[in-house]
Design a protein around this ligand. Structure first.
Ligand code: MSP
Length: 526
């Protein structure tokens, strides 16, 4: 059994979750679900980043103790994950002294013993939005371009991490593909950053300024820098810093197979994190994906900018699966994409009310009407008359379509599934979903062309054959869309009484139950 360790970043709890956070979570969840259906032993980690200046100040502003504040806030992220149907196996919190702190402190100790942590003086401009020192490049008229606030000028004694030592090895791992960064544009960005030269980075803050965090082992006057603490979560959650049974997962799952982040935190995950791992003598993650940003009004959706969309409101009106589909199929996976409620509503009408919803009820009603005994696999001779070939895209392998083209099961399970699997395995999950949506379009076009309801009076076997083919196309699409909309897919499989876990060639017969509309039209309700 293949193990597959997949992580999301841990979310800052200073503000409530917005659609940007939902995006990273859904992206990872779709991959985790797909891997599980392939039989992998998946361990899917998410959680919350609860330390640092940003969180501390938010608690002050809310007028509550920081412990109370983070308890309350992390609950919102957990609830959102649940409402979005995210199937993580664990949820780590950096304020968890039992589970997380030993790992974070072990990482520190290991780096110190390797000679890679030293005391120094730092003078620089700290942006609380970034939770990082920034440079003039990040500023415009004295304010941080991304967060729109002026950084604070700090002069303090800090511990430093000797990141500069690791530049060559990080670069070599990226170039050799041992540590793969996707998409290519982000990989090149990282290589350019390394080529510009890496300096050592400040890895702690005075506890007098930042008391809320993991204390530096052996020096309680210093608090670990929030990113050093946070990045260690990927290890602490699987037992780093623990022993015996509590550390078993570490042996099994590290290195991570896939870490998913947004492009705003690329440098931390593609440079600082690998630097820490190399210093600690641990293998690097296999793949790092940096997705694009959800924009709202052409700007990155963010609390600081104030243009956030509340995912809970969208879920309350449309349900989680419609949102999951929008995030994956309508926003480019590796680029920025705009979120507008107008477009969202259009996609709902077109793809859910009209496409899936309509197709399911039409086919189910016809099966009930024309084949009340349940529909059996019709003989191939009948199928020859109702050819599928012209609905298969030109890109499909012509010979297979020619020879076996009337065999819809082979078309779905060999051609379309192969294409889908290739996209999924390369993490192009939007393209994979589009293969599924295309099957639905083909299904619709096929029914339009042969009009099985008209044919029934003269050729009932023909009607059944067409319904058989249509159902296979529909269910093939549902198999592919299942990681995105598991509830909808399972409902549709339920309507036709077949299991989504068997190949369509093995379906011997299909029955249909009466179905209430899966996705009512919104305008009709108004
Ligand atoms: N706490 C750090 C991560 C530490 S990981 C060791 C952090 N948190 S965050 O809450 O600001 O962001 C968490 C994730 O949400 C990141 O992947 C980030 O890219 C993503 N998004 C936040 N806003 C976003 C958009 N508007 N669009 C898409 N994703 C963005 O960074």
């Amino acid at each position: 059994m293949n193990k597959f360790y997949i992580t999301t970043p841990i979310y800052y709890v200073n503000a409530s979750p917005h659609l940007g956070h939902a995006y990273t979570g859904v992206f990872a969840d779709v991959i985790a679900r797909y891997r599980r259906t392939k039989g992998d032993d998946v361990f899917f980690l998410t959680g919350t980043d609860e330390h640092g200046a940003k969180v501390m100040r938010a608690a002050e502003a809310a007028g509550v103790k920081v412990e109370t504040f983070v308890d309350r806030q992390q609950e919102k992220f957990r609830n959102l994950a649940k409402d979005l149907m995210i199937t993580h196996d664990d949820f780590i919190r950096t304020s968890d002294k039992k589970k997380h702190w030993p790992g974070a402190q072990k990482m520190w100790e290991t780096l110190r013993k390797a000679g890679d942590i030293y005391l120094g003086k730092y003078e620089g401009q700290y942006c609380v939005g970034h939770e990082a020192f920034i440079t003039d490049k990040d500023l415009e008229n004295g304010t941080c371009i991304e967060h729109g606030v002026a950084p604070e000028h700090l002069v303090e004694e800090n511990y430093f991490f000797r990141l500069s030592e690791y530049a060559d090895r990080i670069r070599a791992n990226i170039i050799s593909g041992k540590f793969q960064i996707l998409p290519e544009a982000r990989k090149n960005e990282v290589l350019a950053m390394i080529n510009e030269g890496l300096t050592d980075i400040s890895f702690s803050r005075p506890s007098s300024d930042i008391p809320w965090g993991v204390p530096v082992p052996g020096d309680n006057k210093q608090t670990m820098y929030v990113w050093c603490d946070a990045l260690a979560n990927y290890l602490s959650a699987i037992g780093y810093g623990h022993s015996g049974k509590d550390a078993e997962k570490l042996m099994l799952y590290w290195p991570a197979d896939l870490q998913i982040i947004g492009k705003d935190i690329l440098r931390f995950h593609a440079i600082i994190w690998p630097g820490m791992l190399l210093a600690a003598g641990l293998p690097l993650p296999k793949v790092l994906i940096a997705h694009g940003h959800i924009l709202s009004g052409a700007k990155k959706m963010s609390k600081t900018i104030g243009n956030v969309v509340d995912p809970n409101a969208v879920i309350a009106e449309y349900g989680a699966e419609i949102l999951r589909n929008y995030l994956i199929s309508e926003i480019p996976n590796f680029d920025d994409g705009d979120f507008t409620m107008t477009r969202f509503a259009e996609v709902y009408e077109a793809k859910f009310a009209n496409s899936i919803g309509n197709i399911v009820s039409r086919i189910a009603a016809m099966i009930e009407k024309y084949a009340p005994e349940g529909i059996v696999r019709p003989d191939r001779a009948v199928l020859q008359t109702y050819r599928l070939r012209r609905f298969v895209p030109a890109s499909a392998k012509e010979e297979l379509v020619e020879v076996k083209g009337e065999d819809v099961e082979l078309y779905v399970s060999q051609l379309a599934m192969e294409e889908y699997g290739k996209f999924m395995d390369a993490y192009h999950i939007g393209d994979a979903a589009r293969v599924g949506w295309r099957l639905l379009e083909q299904c619709d076009a096929y029914i339009q062309e042969y009009q099985p309801f008209k044919l029934a009076a003269t050729d009932l076997n023909g009607t059944k054959a067409i319904l058989w083919n249509s159902t296979i196309l529909l269910l093939g699409a549902m198999k592919m869309l299942r990681p995105i909309m598991p509830g909808t897919a399972d409902k549709v499989f339920g309507v036709f009484h077949v299991s989504p876990d068997t190949a369509c060639e093995d379906w011997k017969e299909i029955h249909a139950s009466r179905v209430t509309p899966l996705f009512p039209r919104k305008e009709a309700n108004k």
